[in-house]
Design a protein around this ligand. Sequence first.
Ligand code: DQA
Length: 140
Amino acid sequence: MKIFIINGPNLDMLGLREPEIYGADTMESINREIAEYCKGVGVEPEFYQSNSEGGLIDIIHSARGNADGIVINAGAYTHYSIAIRDAIAAVELPCVEVHLSNVHKREEFRHKSMLSAVCTGVICGFGKKVYRLAIDALSL
Ligand code: DQA
């Protein structure tokens, strides 16, 4: 089973960016841990990151026919990108929306997600574990 792990804007800054909210791990080290975990559960992960909306849309489109599922942390685009929502709907793949932080405990503008309604499910608030939980949700 192949799963695309897609990260959006500013997530390439993990480790440096507001570590009290997002943790001290870099995206590189989180991805290494995910890859290690995937080996044990028979999942083939492919990792992508883009800071731009169009870049994320192109990655989501490329999942169609190439992946069995998607795990996406769309960062701030989550809260206002109808285009990313439409891309997820278009590819007709199981998709899990994840957030490292519990967005519902934070500013009100983070409570709304454009993506949740077209995703299979949502996992947030468990730090880097959200990626592993989402992989389990898609593969078990
Ligand atoms: C985030 C939450 C978003 O509100 C924020 O804009 C991010 C990261 C998270 O992983 O907690 O960039 O998606």
